[in-house]
Design a protein around this ligand. Structure first.
Ligand code: ADP
Length: 454
């Protein structure tokens, strides 16, 4: 589970890295949701305050109107009760509708009149402060909030005085705010539903946007591939035409008898070289398709690197010498690796061939060593070197640096891509260190073969 989450997070991060515009989208989505939540909560707060205020004002007005009537009907308790019942019936928020007063014998607050006659005579507890306030200011009503078992109530009190200003009693109403709360809760529910819908819509938009960004990335990659394809066609036609022209030209001259003696030998050598170039081109293209289709066979076995490298150095020393370049070797004894010998040979040939191609003068050095328990092969040259930008693209398919010193050499831009792919399939790695105009080091790392390896 944790791994799944980590993978999803990693993929997400990768997406953000690939297209930073996504960050802006996420920011806008969060800002919209945040503003919506903020506005909704604010609005609900205002609505709740307004609702409570309204309830208070209504009960205040009701008591103001009822107080003179109650004074008028003080001596007719039944009529008064019936009015109280009617008022309670039309105001559904009212739970208790009483008139209270101080009992002379006990000096305690008791219910004198009530919409519910059974409450009359009952003691009134805990409301002393509210009742005292109502008694001290007979022209106003006073309200306090109360919370009982999670239900909010408003208690409102107002004095009833007769014509001479004598206090007859105090109207005491208890209102449940559950109805108002229900309205607010329903508002909250609506707001949450709308928020969820907005969130879903935003998510939908977000995914669509992410997909569009995916398409943009894909489009960019396709364009790159298209450019590479054009370059490949241009390169392949050039790489095919140049040796073919050489072969047919020299063959014609040989047939005509134009070339004699030394020139004839040179002509034959040029034909041979051109045929080799064509062979390399075709093998490279075949290798690419084998690797891409997963058909490249790797048959690893344990072998001694020194023997193979010494043999290859012998061959390439001769070719380097033709260009006036020295090839040095520092090959460590007893370093065996487990790899496909033919593929490993191909890797080394590619590195040596590049070193000879891209070095005008100086030395090529082939070194092997054991480093941190691994086999290390270094092919170093004092050639044209590379810029940082060139180094980054070096192992890409069809990549060739743009300089004239590279373009004058024949090449497909496939060798290093094939090298890297082959090494990775055999458990090895390749890296490069290079300075433009100074030279390059290609470093191949391999795990050492275990003693028991075959
Ligand atoms: P190519 O057929 O062009 O040699 P590679 O894939 O072998 O193709 O190499 C890709 C590019 O890397 C070359 O075109 C060249 O620009 C650069 N390169 C490879 N090896 C060297 C080197 N030893 N020194 C400088 N540049 C190199």
């Amino acid at each position: 589970m944790a791994q799944r989450i980590a993978t999803i997070l990693q993929r997400g991060l990768q997406k953000f890295r690939e297209s930073p515009q996504l960050l802006l989208t996420v920011f806008v989505a969060l800002a919209i949701i945040g503003s919506f939540v903020f506005v909704s909560l604010n609005f609900l707060g205002i609505a709740r305050d307004a609702q409570e205020q309204l309830v208070k004002v209504r009960i205040g007005s009701l008591q103001d109107a009822f107080a003179p009537l109650a004074a008028e009907l003080w001596q007719q308790p039944d009529v008064l009760r019936s009015y109280m019942r009617d008022l309670k019936a039309v105001n559904q928020t009212i739970v208790d509708f009483d008139i209270v007063g101080i009992e002379a014998s006990s000096s305690a607050w008791v219910v004198l009149r009530s919409s519910d006659q059974t409450r009359e005579g009952a003691r009134v507890f805990r409301e002393d402060l509210l009742l005292s306030l109502a008694r001290s200011d007979v022209r106003d009503s006073f309200t306090i909030g109360q919370n009982e078992n999670g239900i909010a109530y408003f208690l409102t009190a107002r004095a009833i005085v007769d014509r001479s200003g004598e206090l007859l009693g105090i109207i005491l109403t208890r209102q449940a705010l559950s109805a108002a709360d229900a309205v607010i809760s329903s508002n909250i529910r609506t707001a949450v539903t709308v928020l969820v819908v907005v969130l879903l819509l935003l998510l939908l938009l977000f995914f669509r946007h992410a997909r569009i960004i995916d398409y943009t990335i894909l489009y960019r990659k396709l364009r790159e591939v298209d450019t590479l394809k054009d370059e490949f066609v241009a390169m392949a036609s050039h790489e095919l035409r140049a040796p073919l022209t050489a072969i047919s030209g020299y063959a014609e001259m040989l047939r005509d008898g134009t070339l004699q003696g030394e020139a004839r030998t040179q002509g034959l050598e040029r034909i041979e070289l051109s045929a080799r170039q064509l062979n390399t081109l075709i093998s490279d293209i075949l290798d690419v398709s084998r690797i891409e289709q997963g058909r490249m066979k790797i048959e690893s076995k344990r072998f001694d690197t020194k023997t193979m490298l010494a043999e290859l150095c012998d061959i390439w020393e001769a070719r380097a010498k033709e260009k006036g370049i020295a090839l040095q070797r520092e090959l460590a004894d007893d370093l065996s690796i487990e790899a496909d010998p033919d593929r490993f040979r191909q890797v080394v040939i590619n590195l040596l061939s590049n070193a000879v191609k891209y070095t005008g003068s100086g030395t090529i050095t082939v070194r092997t060593a054991m480093q941190d328990g691994r086999f290390v092969l270094r092919v170093s040259d004092t050639g044209i070197g590379m810029t940082e930008e060139e180094r980054e693209k070096l192992f890409g398919k069809f990549y060739r640096a743009g300089g004239a010193d590279v373009r004058k050499e024949s090449g497909t831009g496939l060798g290093l891509w094939i090298t890297k792919e082959l090494l990775e399939r055999m458990g090895g790695r390749i890296s490069v260190e290079s300075i433009k105009g100074v030279g390059s080091h290609f470093i191949v790392l391999f795990p050492l073969a275990t003693a028991s390896g075959t």
